[in-house]
Design a protein around this ligand. Sequence first.
Ligand code: 3HC
Ligand code: NAI
Length: 706
Amino acid sequence: MSAENAAVVNIAREGQVLVVTIQNPPVNALSQAVRQGLADAVAQARSDAQVQAILLVGSGKAFIAGADIREFGKPAMPPSLPDVLVQLENSDKIVVAAIHGPALGGGLEVALSCHYRLAVSGAKLGLPEVQLGLLPGAGGTQRTPRLIGVKAALDLMLSGRHASAEEALAMGLVDKVEPAGSDARTAGLAYANALLAQNAPVRRTREATALADKAASQAELDTAKAESAKKSRGLFSPGKIIECVQGALDLPFEQGMQNERKLFVQCLESPQRAGLIHAFFAERETAKIPEAKAAAPRALNSIGVVGGGTMGAGITVAALDAGLPVVMVERDAESIARGRANVEKVYDGLIAKGRMTAEKKAAIMARYSGSTDYAALAQVDLVIEAVFEEMGVKKAVFAELDKVCKPGAVIATNTSYLDIDAIAASISRPQDVIGLHFFSPANIMKLLEIVVPAKVSADVVATAFELARRMKKVPVRAGVCDGFIGNRILAVYREAANYLLEDGASPYQIDEAVREFGYPMGPFQVADLAGGDIGWATRKRKAATRDPKARYVQIADRIAEKGWFGQKTQRGYYLYPQGARVGEQDPEVLAIVDAERQRAGVTPRSFSNAEIMRRYMAAMVNEGANVVREGIALRPLDVDVTFLYGYGFPRFRGGPMKWADMVGLDKILADIREFAKEDALFWTPSPLLVELVEKGENFESLNKAA
Ligand code: 3HC
Ligand code: NAI
């Protein structure tokens, strides 16, 4: 065994049991060295006459979290995991897995290749490959249905969810559960010795009989297939998982394994795999920021929120759910009563759905207090302002906070667009001021843009990231500008959609094209959901500063002037009869669009859905490049994560910048230059995009360099 393998797989004999410990921190992923180490361990057990059983355990916090995701996309290195697991399963000496922590993907497949399994309570068992665009490719699609049946196996494989140790026992995935906190190695040794004492036989999962009733299994598969076709629209790997399980029903084990390998390789080579794995790593990278390395977070034991409207209430719920006490301040008694009611409404909704008890709500609300007096915020560690989006109102609130907050308190604003440097400069402690841009509904949406003004100190930034961690948000560091990362880019591709509309595409076709791309909704559906009045007010506010040379499409204004604000007024771009949530096309809207085209002197032309997406995406990527170039986003991956978590960008495409890399930056630049013939101002290529194309580089090179 090589020194490297010895380091990641430790082998020690305890009486008759060969204890094989995977020690490949942080999560014992099955790297080439681990696979080789496992194969060596099986060989050693075979040749050592004193060994009667093998016990597999993971060191540290996990059993095994799966294949080493970093190896995908690189040349395969032997031994392959399926081969190693066949050797393990073929062992003539019993093999026991003792699972604690995550046993996921290839990790669960290792366990399934063992003859007996125990899990310590608190373990997480699952086959999450689907979330990476893959399928369980080390026998998981063959062994799991044979062990627990088609229905339960497909549920795990198609959802990728984690099952608890107790649930795994109930479904037959493990044989035994040990109490939480038990040492897996000790429990595993006791189990292995007990099995030896009973003369327990070798028991291979591939010979398990849960598929014996072929007709019932086929019926379960057909049901899952029909459901998956609805749920997994546009995704590649779910269909392949179902094909593999069909193979488990129809083929002998070895052929089923070959079929699984063939389909696994297809998934591996799919662009969806590349997009989903990019998303996996990108969302773990965004918290790696210079300030977090430079400074430790300040104390964070209590939160203040100013404003109890849509955002203030949502932020309060997010903080309460993170276990923090919250003091809410509103402008008068009536508003604070409404603020509290807004918070309670969230919990009452959960109670109505049976997802929370009244007692639990009472326990959470005990950490809430409301006041109309800013003095109530004197002791909080961090306060988030969420009042009206007006600079005067914000500055007045900040002046109050400057007076009452204790020294060192972090003072944050949830502004969507306003200049946070100016807000910071208006008080005596700009070093404590930061932007915390939550998304609505703030207790649900995962994205948190952490907006870093010029004068803020590093430990305040670190504290904001710590708050995100406690709230289980996905934090993205952003610089100060109009709209930060997300809303700034949104404004540009929304404008591209307006141009397409005036130039000849209907709102319904644009929405359809965007949905086909993988978004849950198109931009005009989103406008109807968000409410047309908000955008209208913003446009009126910005009218004075708009570039007179820039093209301005007035269709949205005409619709808003009619009071058609979307779902809440039962019509916007769509009609929503009797409060329907799915809109119907509206001929009157099309008539307005026509009239506006005539007024603007535009002769409508037709666009294919692909042409619509070329423009929509080129606008998004170009502004994304500007945002990176100006340092508003640290890296392209920060733009990707912003769009995945805040704007419904299809995860299987990895994010707009990853998508652009996969399409080819040269193609996107060529598109922009072609569109610039119609409107050179709007379609000004980002200098960063031009530079990358000239150097033959891509956005990923900037992610790596950062
Ligand atoms: N391969 C490589 N690195 C991995 C990894 C894996 N399978 N799983 C996690 N990591 C890395 C993370 O990137 C992170 O690295 P970083 O510290 O440099 O950012 C580190 O391990 C810790 O991960 P988390 O921050 O996610 O730690 P948590 O404690 O929050 O979560 C976890 C742990 C639940 C195991 C989570 O990491 C996870 O879900 N991992 C992925 C599991 C998975 O998808 N497995 C299937 C892989 S595909 C497969 O097995 C194919 C097979 O069928 C052939
Ligand atoms: P909202 O109108 O629902 O709530 C604002 C609340 O602030 C009201 O309850 C009001 O009584 C209170 N308020 C006003 N002046 C106050 C004062 N001087 N002291 C104390 N309370 C005062 O507004 P919403 O939507 O919650 O927005 C709040 C902020 O969050 C704005 O800056 C907005 O741009 C931002 N934001 C809004 C998002 C959204 O989707 N609604 C998303 C992200 C940010």
